[in-house]
Unconditional design. Sequence first.
Length: 370
Amino acid sequence: MARARHSGSAALAAAVRRAGDEDGRVHPGLRLATAYAWRLMVIGVAVYLAFSVLGQFELVAVAVFLALVATALLRPLADLLARVLPRPLAVALAVFGTLFVVLGLLALVGNAAAGEAGRLVGELRGGISRIERWLEGPPFHVRRGVLSGTHDKVTSFVSRHRATLISRALSSAGRVVEAGTALFLALFCSIFFIHSGDRMWRWFRGQLPERARSPWDRAARAAWTTFAGYTRGIIVVAASNAALVGIALSLLRVPLALPLTLLVFFATFVPLIGSPIALAVATVVALAGRGPAIAAVVLLLIVAVGQFEGHVLHPLVMSWAVRLHPVVVAISVIAGSIVAGVIGAIVAVPMVSVAWSVTRALRRRPPDEA
């Protein structure tokens, strides 16, 4: 029995040695997998902690992000004006002049929407009746009682939950105050970033150890180049999409063409899904206000604009930024929306682009170190 137990132990030891190296150590492949596993675990914990901290300071994080966006857009204009004006005056003119133009456009859109409100109510009432008649016919054959019953259920729900809806609307007033605070902080930070952001970075770099200054500088320059390129590129893409959609909706005489154009502009900042959602809203408005034929034309417009944006605008305009694979973009948008909602969907792609560009910059050795 002892001899059999000894032979079994020897066989087990031999099997362990065969699974490892010739020296009896752990197999190199297993060591490599283990090394990558604990590093990935550390990165995952760090990302989780970073998002947890940013979640606690969401207002500050959003304000700084908006300030960086404003800096990427307005810094070239401020530098151009600084050639003929004092630097503080050039920064003030670039920032507040742009703010005045944006507020003017929003006021124009609001006036246009208010002017068309009365006419739109009548068109929507007639459009809803047309939609009901259209759904009652082939190929849907929806019974009239079903549609009227749905309308009655919606009305009854609003009546029963009126107090809850009002309380939610009042609670959202706090979010409006937070949004105003974030915008004010973003404006305050953007003024200093545009005026002396390079000096602020030089001061920060001077506080680092001597050996860490060069890698940090390379990483920061790569990150800013990518972020600025992405920001300017997405603005150009959004403006192009909005111009195309605005012209088409105006020619088709779709109600609220100007507000819908502004909706398309802002929706483009959410890659992949923003523009289709905005154009779907435009299709519903066209269906209610102009009928199924015009709605079908707007639906074709969705496909045409999506193809033009994906195959022409993005490859052409975003060439100076890091171009990510569509799968990476889709995963980033979905993950960002899960973590932080709409804000996460907006900031996910530029964050991933910046992280990838920083990784590439740190992997490349500078010429003086090669």
